[in-house]
Design a protein around this ligand. Structure first.
Ligand code: MN
Length: 343
């Protein structure tokens, strides 16, 4: 495809930096945010795979098990639990490479430490709430996903290598990220170029129906039952402009459901006619997680930042410590503050 010039300039710049680090013969350690999703895993694993095909050593450090919905991606040989890294590996032995997340506190403790200790990190992200600059940083808030940006970098690397580098596994990874962050090409961040990228990735072996089935459609009976219950529990506020549901630990326990079960809720609640903002609050192990989605004008990113979080205009989130906050109080506080931004 013809990469638009602004993207090309940046992808070339990152490819230059990758070449510099490869000349130093260091291993690339990729970093993602905790509570992994399709875009952080897709962008990191896809790029790691491409770098391996280029002859580099690369692996993706994670601090958690990959969800079962990602098993079909066959990432076992690419990812490594941070706890399993050989302790003799020091900060001079690797290049940190963060995709879809560049803040160490969002990476989990072990991974965050490796990221902070490493030198000269390369960063590719599409979260506008981060303010980082430098030769090795590419942040573009207009892009559909980190995976789309990484795909452009991979195309430049291919051009320079003069041979194919994006194999089937890399294509599946990048396509997974794009599909995830565009809500299967339905969110407003979907551009014509996003679809061209996706089409090319399909030609390279990315199976879009397999990706969508695994990441969005399949569910365990336990998760299905929890969602059915939670949908019936959703309530409207502010003359129907806000929808909200709160999920406590005992809900998960009662149904035997897992945390990923409720990822579909923010969009489902946002799509109720008349709703501008949906709020999903869930108790996690030690935090209360809030996910926000908006329809037309509500800036979720700025709103989430006022609670110490971040994200995108139409989708963002934040977490508050459970030992300080009760979920009912957070619910009330969020609704009250959100009302001030409604038209
Ligand atoms: Mn993303």
């Amino acid at each position: 495809m013809k990469i638009k010039s602004e993207y090309r300039v940046n992808a070339e710049r990152i490819a230059d930096q990758i070449a510099i680090s490869m000349a130093e013969n260091k291993e690339f350690f990729f970093f993602v945010h905790k509570s992994v999703d399709g875009d952080c895993i897709g962008s990191a694993c896809g790029t790691a795979e491409v770098l391996r095909n280029l002859g580099a050593r690369a692996r993706v450090l994670i601090g958690e098990e990959l969800p079962y919905t990602m098993e079909f991606m066959k990432l076992n040989t690419l990812v490594c639990n941070a706890k399993d890294v050989d302790p003799s590996i020091g900060p001079d032995d690797y290049i940190p490479f963060a995709t879809d997340c560049c803040e160490s506190h969002r990476m989990g403790e072990e991974c965050g430490r490796y990221f902070d200790e490493g030198k000269n990190p390369i960063i590719i992200d599409h979260h506008i709430s981060v303010n980082l600059k430098g030769d090795r940083v590419w942040i573009n808030g207009d892009s559909s996903s980190a995976s789309e940006l990484c795909y452009y970098v991979a195309l430049i690397l291919e051009e320079r290598a003069g041979r194919p580098l994006i194999d089937e596994r890399a294509a599946v990874c990048f396509l997974t990220g794009i599909v995830t962050d565009t809500g299967r090409f339905t969110y407003t961040n979907t551009e014509a170029d996003t679809l061209i990228c996706a089409g090319e990735l399909m030609q390279l072996g990315g199976n879009i129906s397999e990706i969508c089935y695994n990441l969005f459609d399949r569910h365990t009976k336990e998760n299905f039952d929890l969602i059915t219950y939670l949908r019936s529990k959703a309530e409207l506020y502010a003359d129907g402009k806000i929808s909200m549901v709160t999920v406590v630990r005992s809900d998960f326990e009662k149904y035997g459901a897992d945390d990923n079960a409720i990822d579909v809720l923010p969009t489902a609640l946002r799509n109720i006619d008349g709703v501008e903002l949906s709020i999903v609050l869930r108790e996690k192990e030690d935090v209360i997680r809030c996910n926000l989605r908006s329809q037309e004008y509500f800036d979720c990113s700025i709103f989430a930042m006022s609670f110490g979080g971040g994200g995108h205009k139409r989708a963002a989130g934040f977490s508050l410590p459970r030992d300080t906050y009760k979920i009912e109080d957070v619910a009330q506080m969020v609704v009250e503050r959100a009302k001030g931004f409604l038209r």
